[in-house]
Design a protein around this ligand. Sequence first.
Ligand code: ZN
Length: 45
Amino acid sequence: MAKRYVCVICGHVHDEAVEGKWETLPTDFECPDCGCGMEDYEIQD
Ligand SMILES: [Zn+2]
């Protein structure tokens, strides 16, 4: 099931259903809006 991850800095949402599985993103992934890393995202329930 696709999950949604939210950037805690700017609120950008990464939707797995649209942009692909979180686990498959490159480790140097950056938020497209604020440039923070994956560690600044939280899973949205
Ligand atoms: Zn962000």
